[in-house]
Ligand binder design. Sequence first.
Ligand code: ADE
Length: 233
Amino acid sequence: MNFHILTLFPQMVEQGLNTSIIGRAQEKGILSVETINIRDFTMDKHKKVDDYPYGGGAGMLMQAQPVYDAYLHVVEKIKTRQRPRVIYVTPQGKTFKQEMAKEFALEQDLVFLCGHYEGIDERVLEEIVTDYVSIGDYVLTGGELAAMVMIDSISRMVPGVLSNKESGETESFSDNLLEHPHYTRPEVWRGKEVPQVLLSGHHKRIEEWRKEQSLERTRIRRPDLYEKYLSNK
Ligand code: ADE
């Protein structure tokens, strides 16, 4: 899986994604993360990439030309017959969910477009964007953090990225249930004991206990997911 990120702040994305699990997956050659600095494609002699909005109003907009040329650079590099999916990260998009992460993980190449200032000239969005995606109902100063969140979540669904093959599936949100609680040594910490059943070695009872905990936790913390679980059962 190859991620191509169109951004005005490449270092921000690179630093965030070159460590830990995503960094290791890049070293193993399972993933690649390439940043494309939109500013490198401006034709303005002062390297300007933004301008005032027609019709007036607050703030500046990213201009169409540098964004489009940065996109063409990626397309040229990928050289696939099909146009790659281009995700514009924006609070106006569809809310990102685990199922989307799984779906995007099936792509060979994914392009992320990160906006800044008040946004991007609508005409280039119409020309290149295939998916408008938000990470939640709040506004960030730019798209980079949102793109990083999505890339992290998509990456862990790519086979081979997580060392334990099952761990991508058995965690929170599979089946619309949250995970059961976890405990490790010591057996007693600040007077709190690990639930006895986990020390019993009785695998069937442990599984039953975990399932109960998972149901109860979902019912209390995420009643919306619990309803979904019940209706899909
Ligand atoms: N850019 C600014 N806010 C955002 C959000 N909530 N999701 C995705 N991209 C954004």
